[in-house]
Design a protein around this ligand. Structure first.
Ligand code: ATP
Ligand code: MG
Length: 182
């Protein structure tokens, strides 16, 4: 498919998602799934469409209960941002780990970063960090809003650490399903 068509399709998808979220009509099709496997699959697909090098460090963190496709969408949104906002840094680091009863996903980039006071705002609807450099990266400011809504509705949390001019680290957590004893 033509790149412009792909972009337009994903833009329309985001706008539809926001309508669903805001009207409370978003349906999560939840099931148990292996978190590591989903991360591997999603990263493999993203790697095929970028020249950035996504360095992946995974381990078996266990099973989560959530909407598998929606969580893949969250991972895609975060990694796509890491790529988009790192025009001069080739490497993107992705890793997953266990912390207590949670699976934690982390993506770190060495891109443009953002000022401290903008960190909380980026999860708001239509919010984009202002500044000359930002205007060269097209977008609507919906990706992180959608990601945050999906994660929070899956009983997880999403957060960011960032330094202007150095890079950003986005993380989200999902509760682990108790391991079944056979
Ligand atoms: P889209 O709706 O296409 O995703 P967007 O990328 O602008 O557009 P979000 O993904 O919601 O929207 O991100 C909101 C804002 O947060 C961005 O406009 C950008 O300013 C900032 N941002 C997000 N990810 C990063 C990152 N990895 N590094 C630096 N800034 C970021
Ligand atoms: Mg985005």
């Amino acid at each position: 498919m033509d790149l412009q068509v792909v972009k337009l399709t994903s833009l329309i998808g985001d706008l539809l998602d926001v309508t669903k979220i805001n009207s409370g009509k978003i349906h999560l099709n939840e099931s148990d799934f292996d978190f590591e496997k989903l991360v591997l699959e999603t990263v493999e697909e993203l790697q095929m469409s970028t020249l950035h090098k996504i360095k992946l460090k995974t381990e078996n963190v266990g099973t989560v209960f959530a909407d598998r496709e929606r969580i893949s969408q969250v991972i895609t949104n975060l990694i796509s941002n890491a790529i988009k906002y790192s025009p001069d840094a080739v490497e993107i680091l992705v890793d997953i780990k266990n912390e207590g009863n949670f699976a934690i996903f982390t993506v770190e980039d060495f891109g443009i970063g953002m000022p401290e006071d903008k960190k909380a705002k980026v999860f708001e609807q239509y919010y984009r960090v202002s500044g000359d450099e930002q205007n060269t990266f097209p977008g609507l400011g919906l990706g992180l809003y959608i990601a945050a809504q999906i994660v929070e509705r899956s009983n997880g949390k999403i957060w960011v650490e960032s330094t202007l001019g150095k890079g950003s680290t986005f993380c989200f957590s999902l509760p682990l399903v108790d391991r079944k004893i056979n």
